[in-house]
Design a protein around this ligand. Structure first.
Ligand code: ZN
Length: 392
């Protein structure tokens, strides 16, 4: 029976569409001086996006300090460093310009720019102390330059603690960005490989919501629309980065996943991937998810945990007359092949089978909450079979 209960509070002013970066300057900024947070890489400078954003901020009569220290799988240290720069310069809001790593970091930086102590005092999970924030975080404006995490419109960011091998989602409903600009034109320069990884991350946010036991009529409607868009257009975006129509549809699927994740949690597939990249820092989040995705779905299909949900997904993934949950696997594998990511192996990133129980325990200790969203129980032993699963 369809779950007809949900709480929906998404206070972000979302401006979506090609060319919409040019509207930033007309918006009312939530402060006078921004910490303009960007990645330590070169791309927003190289392609002129940083310059455009600076010009738009001037039009909006805001000043800014650029902080270019965010790297992939961002760590607690860079968050604390960026927060210190915001404090020193008395920034009163954050502009996060970048992909998932920058957008994720923004949430933590916004909190630590106004709160005492260390980020891990406020992290809920693992060795985090789960204290409530003392002061309101700085308001956040996001400008997404890639499609994947959906964090441009939600209050969650995933941060790594390298000392403790933890990668945990940090967030608080009070830190939802006030303004988000999603301009697919900015995404044309994302390399094919990352377009695929990030696109699959977005896909899994939606497929996990679909099989979550918290799915409801609204989160399901949004998730199916996103899955349909990503399935149809991700291969085109991977093959030709300049295919703007494809970029637009993938960006749509990614951004609205940010909304559906506010309504319904994802599942332990995300806990498991976080454990994987907590131990192997080079592993891109989307690549980790792709490696385990087939086995993860098969686990629930074998147990008939939510056959109907898999069939609904298969029907918007190129199999309109799907009538069995296995059709979802067929569609998933075909999308992986079309995007050239079907050959990813955990061993390529140095995973060893003997690590599997450590990863399973870490997944539950750091992000155990998502195991509760699984459509049926999954033990540590079952979870630890992961490295074998990829070779099935
Ligand atoms: Zn994700």
């Amino acid at each position: 029976m369809m779950n007809m209960n949900f709480n929906f509070n998404n206070p972000t002013n979302l401006i979506f569409g090609s060319g919409k970066l040019n509207e930033l300057g007309k918006q009312k900024m939530p402060g006078k001086k921004a910490l303009l947070l960007i990645s330590s890489g070169n791309s927003v400078k190289k392609y002129g996006t940083l310059e455009r954003v600076e010009e738009q901020l001037r039009q909006a009569e805001a000043t800014y300090v650029v902080c270019a220290n965010i790297h992939e799988n961002p760590s607690k240290e860079v968050v604390m460093e960026a927060a210190a720069i915001a404090k020193e310069n008395q920034c009163d809001f954050i502009v996060a310009l970048g992909g998932g790593a920058v957008l994720d970091s923004a949430v933590a930086v916004a909190a630590m720019a106004t709160n005492p102590g260390d980020l891990w005092d406020y992290v809920n999970g693992g060795t985090g102390k789960a204290q409530p924030l003392v002061n309101p975080a700085l308001p956040i404006v996001t400008i997404a330059t890639s499609s994947g995490t959906g964090s441009e419109i939600n209050c969650w960011g995933v941060i790594s603690n390298h000392e403790t091998n933890e990668k945990i989602g940090f967030g608080d409903p009070s830190i939802v960005p006030v303004l988000a600009i999603v301009d697919p034109e900015l995404m044309k320069t994302v390399p094919a490989k990352y377009t695929a990884y990030q696109g699959f991350d977005a896909l899994f946010h939606n497929t996990e919501v679909m099989i979550s036991n918290g799915v409801n009529i609204l989160s399901e409607t949004i998730a199916l629309s996103a899955i349909e868009s990503i399935y149809k257009y991700l291969p085109r975006a991977v093959k030709d980065g300049n295919d703007l129509e494809a970029r637009e549809h993938v960006a749509y699927g990614s951004t609205i996943a940010g909304i559906t994740m506010q309504l319904t949690n994802t599942t332990a597939q995300h806990s498991m991937e976080h454990a994987m990249s907590a131990y192997h820092h080079d592993l891109p989040h989307g690549a980790g998810l792709i490696m385990i995705s087939k086995a993860f779905a098969e686990f629930f299909i074998e147990k008939h945990a939510c056959d109907g949900q898999f069939i609904k997904m298969a029907r918007v993934m190129g199999i309109p007359d799907a009538d069995k949950p296995e059709d979802f696997i067929t569609a998933l594998v075909s999308l992986q092949k079309e995007c050239g990511v079907d050959g990813l192996k955990m061993s390529d990133y140095g995973f060893k089978p003997e690590e599997s129980m450590t990863l399973a325990v870490n997944a539950r200790e750091t992000m155990g909450g998502l195991f509760l969203s699984n459509p049926c129980e999954m033990s540590n032993e079952e979870c630890a079979m992961e490295p074998e699963w990829e070779r099935r």
